[in-house]
Design a protein around this ligand. Structure first.
Ligand code: 7TS
Length: 414
């Protein structure tokens, strides 16, 4: 890895940090060092204000009543949908389905598209670095239909072994699920090349973008993926909301997955007609305030600029990689050439959870565990890793604090 360079001076990290009120608090009497952005990112004041303003001034249910508040709330919610559309560069707003997050988006595809299009003998192809949410829904689909789950392997660095993965693409492959950026390893997958290869055998492709959208500019038209899922809370928005992009023709042909209010055109006991997309997939009252605030979060991210964020985080990741790997007794887990946001490692003779507890005493929040990617842990024959995951507001000083914290952990266990 090249020597870390200093962050561009145009990136006003002090201003960005001031936008996130939680960053000025202490934890265990120490300044908070928040390095658990992979699990969930903190929220800028504008997002917090958007939630508060909506509940204080603008609250009503959407898509129902003729009264002013309901009309305004509906417009704000639909505006947020257009913001998600622009963020992903989706052709049309109706191709954006609001969900609870990535997990729900993938389950929606597995249940609706999967049950309609996958039968016994078909195959679903994923990679060995998927989060559980891009594994288990496909296992459930396979169990229900008699289809088979195939898994493309990864190498010691945590990169997909592309040729072995590509060999698993056959006429039987109906759907390919790919994590854009691995939450456990940080690996950025060559998704464009993979999507093109999958399309050659007639498979549809779902990209799990949960760890990608906070770090990379995503363009679903350039990628030509069929489905793209992400969570609001990892991209500085609220929890409880996320989005699924799907090509209109595919979404239109898919049956609904949850029935209820808002997803129908007309209901009688003999026959119910379903609404057009996206309403067809949005049964019931959604997380209205959270959807609106997600739009505000995306505006905020776009305002800082994803290219600037990526440059800053890449600098941090390089710096952290150099500093942490220089510590005796550290083994990095995940050393792919293309990485974003994540530094996973283990310490000789020290359990990751013990390290997590001691780091916490110094105000340092990291995640220790299997990161909902147990097959990745199995691949490296480790029960858990320590994971530092970076966001737009992290600093080199915080990396230094992590390094100091790790040395202290080693000292205590020596
Ligand atoms: N896919 C990836 C790649 C993820 O990292 C996560 C959450 C999900 C899907 C699920 O997202 P959700 O918002 O629906 O829960 N990953 C993590 C993590 O790395 N630590 O905590 C949650």
């Amino acid at each position: 890895m090249a020597t870390a360079t200093k962050t561009k001076s145009t990136y006003d990290i002090a201003r960005i940090r001031r936008d996130f009120p939680i960053l000025s608090r202490t934890v265990n009497n120490r300044p908070l060092v928040y390095l658990d952005n992979g699990a969930s990112a903190q929220k800028p004041q504008v997002v917090i204000d958007a939630l508060s303003k909506f509940y204080s001034h603008d609250y009503a249910n959407i898509h129902r009543a003729v009264h002013e508040l309901s009309q305004q709330a509906t417009e704000a919610y639909e505006e947020a949908r257009r913001k998600v559309q622009a963020f992903l560069n989706a052709p049309e707003a109706r191709e954006i389905i609001f969900t609870r997050g990535t997990t729900e988006a993938i389950n929606l595809i597995a249940f609706s598209w999967g049950r309609a299009n996958v039968k016994a003998g078909d195959e679903i192809l994923i990679t060995a670095m998927e989060h559980h949410s891009n594994i288990v829904p496909w296992q459930m689909l396979c169990e229900a239909t008699g289809a088979k789950l195939r898994v493309g392997p990864i190498d010691d660095a945590g990169e997909l072994i592309y040729d072995d993965w590509a060999k698993l693409l056959t006429k039987k492959t109906k759907l390919v699920g790919i994590v854009h950026v691995s939450n456990a390893l940080g690996t950025i997958n060559p998704v464009k090349k993979m999507i093109d290869a999958a399309h050659k055998v007639g498979a549809k492709v779902l990209i799990d973008g949960a760890q990608a959208v906070p770090h990379l500019r995503v363009d679903v038209q350039a990628l030509d993926c069929d489905f793209y899922a992400f969570s609001g809370h990892k991209v500085y928005g609220p929890s409880g909301v996320g989005a699924l992009y799907g090509k209109a023709a595919l979404l239109e042909a898919m049956p609904p997955w949850q029935g209820g209010g808002d997803m129908i055109k007309s209901v009688c006991f003999d026959k119910t007609e379903y609404a057009e997309i996206p309403a067809k997939f949005e049964a019931g009252t959604p997380s209205i305030a959270d959807g609106i605030a997600l739009g505000v979060a995306l505006d905020y991210v776009t305002g800082v600029g994803l290219d600037n964020i990526a440059a800053h985080e890449n600098d941090l990741l390089q710096y952290a990689t150099e500093k942490v790997s220089a510590i005796k007794g550290v083994r990095l887990i995940g050393t792919a050439r293309e990485k974003a946001g994540v530094l996973s490692f283990i310490l000789d003779g020290i359990h990751a959870t013990d390290a997590g507890v001691i780091l916490d005493q110094s105000g340092i929040a990291i995640r220790s565990g299997h990161h909902c990617a147990q097959p990745v842990m199995d691949r490296y024959k480790v029960p858990a890793t320590i994971r530092a995951s970076f966001g737009m507001y992290n600093t080199r000083e915080e990396v230094d604090a992590l390094v100091k914290g790790v040395l202290k952990v080693q000292e205590l266990f020596a």
